[in-house]
Design a protein around this ligand. Structure first.
Ligand SMILES: [Fe+2]
Ligand SMILES: [Fe+2]
Length: 179
């Protein structure tokens, strides 16, 4: 069984007692080939699509649970919201095709529906997670939560990358001074 940890969390989702409920909600997704395929695609710097989706899923679950919203849908939609399965940096665009930011929520939803049962609330969360880029208003409170958590997770991932860069730079300067 793969060990997975959301960034910033001390716990792996498979083994922590605290996360037992979360894991039960997403176990079938985490065990599926199609969700694991996201490990092949880089998303924000060195963070893969899988790690980003796990981050969104985990924090979405925590926030929706705290707010008394549908935590199961939050966990599942979070893991599926970016299931577009291509490298958005290198994918060729067809003439007239809108940029990735506008198109991938619909592609992710189609892929999710092809492999799993996706509830109406989860559909809305997946297809509106880029709102307000995707113009249609979210229909559920959980959809507004994923809009915020997706951006929070992206910021976390980018800041971890920048932190690593700064650490390496500081190390280089220190080594230069020492030599
Ligand atoms: Fe996305
Ligand atoms: Fe995302």
């Amino acid at each position: 069984m793969p060990v997975s940890r959301a960034m910033g969390s001390r716990y792996t989702v498979e083994y922590s007692k605290e996360m037992q409920e979360y894991f039960e909600f997403v176990k079938d997704l985490l065990d599926s080939d199609v969700v694991n395929e996201m490990k092949n695609y880089r998303h924000h710097y060195s963070v893969t699509c899988f790690q980003h989706s796990l981050n969104v899923s985990y924090y979405n679950y925590l926030v929706c649970k705290k707010l008394g919203l549908d935590a199961r849908s939050a966990a599942r939609a979070g893991l599926l919201h970016d299931l577009f399965l291509y490298d958005w940096r290198t994918k060729e665009k067809k003439p007239g095709e809108k940029p990735h930011g506008f198109t991938h929520p619909q592609i992710a939803l189609e892929n999710a529906k092809a492999h799993f049962d996706v509830a109406k609330r989860e559909e809305d969360m997946i297809v509106k997670h880029m709102w307000p880029l995707t113009v249609k208003l979210p229909k559920y409170a959980e959809s507004y939560v994923i809009v915020a958590i997706d951006k929070y997770s992206a910021a976390l991932e980018i800041s971890v990358h920048l932190g690593r860069l700064m650490k390496n730079k500081a190390k280089q300067i220190k080594n230069r001074k020492a030599s």
